[in-house]
Design a binder for this molecule. Structure first.
Ligand SMILES: Cc1cc2nc3c(=O)[nH]c(=O)nc-3n(C[C@H](O)[C@H](O)[C@H](O)COP(=O)(O)O)c2cc1C
Length: 448
């Protein structure tokens, strides 16, 4: 069983943190407790929505995936600390990860009261409709006189207190099991604004997103550079022309939709009819809603929700209607800024078949049906690799990882695994796949 423990104090030194650390170390046969801090979470402000910020999303995700939550609250002025209240406000504003989640309240205070008044308030707060947690009734763990209660190693000194805590935690485990049998906690991700009615700092205002010439109008408005003007990149310097040539040479169809769900870019290297997902130049600038038929909205929203929430870093969809010679995959990869904040979607579409064929040739392997019976792929006829010049005599797999990168002169170190592979892709549910035909995010219709 996996639980999350929330330290209700943002102080560097906290008895409530020590209490959770004690619980995590002493009761690990009952459950695994991951301790989460609230100190990086900004003060709640309805006008400055930080729901998508990394610390809030991280906490929400952990809660969402946990079987239960233990909140260790201090008592400040007869209530819970402002910082903890603020966190609960974030977790009940646009997202509701505590909904139906079993919660145990514990608390430690400096004097005799042991957070009794704070705990009563916390119960009320957690019971409010926006939070809707399921707090274990009939049980309290109140630890007063904290400085005397712990020894120098952070262990509870009193055997009676240790036993009482153990009994309370065991009851919480039972409570979670009963709750689980009654009602599965269901986490609802916030809806997506596919009409891009919001605004992010990079949104070009005053230009109709649906205009056929949005690109030209928006470029004029911001004074966008073109041609042989240099652009300094994270690690490189290219002209706009070079950047275009580079992106257009990718053996992929690339699309960028920003975090406001506005379709901003695709690498325009072929007319729509020759593309795997047919994109029209006039679509650039459109809200994602304009790029899809309404019947696809549910699926588009689902994909964006996964990426924005961090539930999945990549969503992959195999689109089968390209015939038997192609294996076309639409990959929706979350983009993050340097602070880790969600910055939109990188959709890259590619036909995997030539890569698979090349791999089979290089390794002299064949695809075999799952039952081992019949070859299901192209014969492993070895060919000379036209680019690297690897000879036909190479029987072993081509030394891909050890080769020096002929263009960039990169070292022999194997390249890092590409992000999507590292991010453990998860396939979309059947309903999503069934949508087929329509490119879920950028909106290019497969039918053209
Ligand atoms: C602003 C403030 C108000 C406090 N109010 C109370 C209180 O009402 N009741 C109480 O028992 N302790 C109160 N305390 C003392 C806390 O119990 C003590 O600081 C405790 O260590 C806080 O928990 P922590 O160590 O996990 O941060 C207060 C402390 C502060 C800083």
């Amino acid at each position: 069983m996996k639980l999350v423990g929330i330290v209700g104090s943002n102080a560097d030194f906290s008895y409530n943190r020590i209490l959770l650390q004690y619980i995590a170390s002493q009761f690990n046969e009952l459950f695994e407790l991951e301790i989460m801090e609230i100190r990086d979470i900004p003060m709640f402000n309805q006008s400055l929505d930080a729901t998508n910020s990394v610390p809030i999303q991280n906490l929400a995700r952990k809660i969402m995936k946990a079987d239960g939550v233990i909140i260790a609250t201090p008592e400040h002025n007869h209530s819970i600390p402002a910082g903890l209240k603020s966190v609960i406000e974030w977790l009940s504003f646009k997202i509701h990860p505590l909904e139906n989640k079993p919660v145990l309240i514990v608390g430690s205070s400096y004097y005799d009261q042991g957070t009794s008044r704070a705990q009563l308030h916390l119960r009320q707060i957690l019971d409010s409709p926006g939070v809707n947690a399921v707090v274990m009734p009939g049980n309290e763990f109140l630890l007063g006189k904290a400085p005397e209660a712990f020894d120098e190693l952070g262990n509870l000194k009193s055997e009676g207190t240790r036993k009482f805590l153990g009994a309370t935690l065991a009851k919480f485990v039972q409570f979670i099991k009963i709750m689980d049998a009654m009602e599965k906690p269901e986490y609802k991700l916030p809806p997506e604004d596919l009409h891009a009615t919001g605004q992010i700092p990079t949104t070009v205002t005053g230009v109709d997103m649906a205009a056929e010439d949005w690109l030209e109008q928006a470029s004029d408005k911001v004074g966008a550079v073109i041609g042989n003007t240099y652009v300094k990149l994270d690690r490189g310097l290219l002209t706009v022309d070079q950047l275009n040539w580079f992106l257009n040479s990718m053996p992929l169809e690339l699309t960028y939709a920003d975090s406001n769900n506005q379709f901003l870019y695709y690498n325009h290297n072929a007319p729509a009819e020759d593309m795997l997902a047919k994109r029209q130049p006039g679509q650039v600038g459109n809200p994602l809603a304009n790029c899809h038929p309404p019947k696809a909205y549910k699926n588009v929203e689902w994909v964006i929700q996964q990426l924005r929430s961090g539930n999945q870093d990549v969503v992959r969809v195999h689109v089968p209607n390209h015939g038997p010679d192609q294996f076309v995959v639409h990959n929706y990869q979350a983009i993050h800024d340097e602070n880790g904040e969600y910055a939109g979607i990188n959709e890259y579409i590619l036909d995997l078949q030539p890569w698979v064929d090349w791999y089979l040739q290089q390794t002299r392997q064949q695809l075999v049906a799952a039952d081992g019976s019949a070859p299901a792929g192209p014969a492993a006829a070895a060919k000379v690799d036209g680019v690297s010049g690897a000879s036909e005599k190479v029987a072993a797999p081509a030394p891909t990882a050890a080769k020096v990168d002929a263009v960039a002169g990169a070292s022999e170190k194997p390249a890092a695994a590409p992000a999507p592979a590292a991010a453990a892709p998860v396939n979309v549910p059947a309903a999503q796949a069934a949508a087929g035909g329509v490119d879920g995010v950028s909106g290019a219709s497969e039918k053209g």
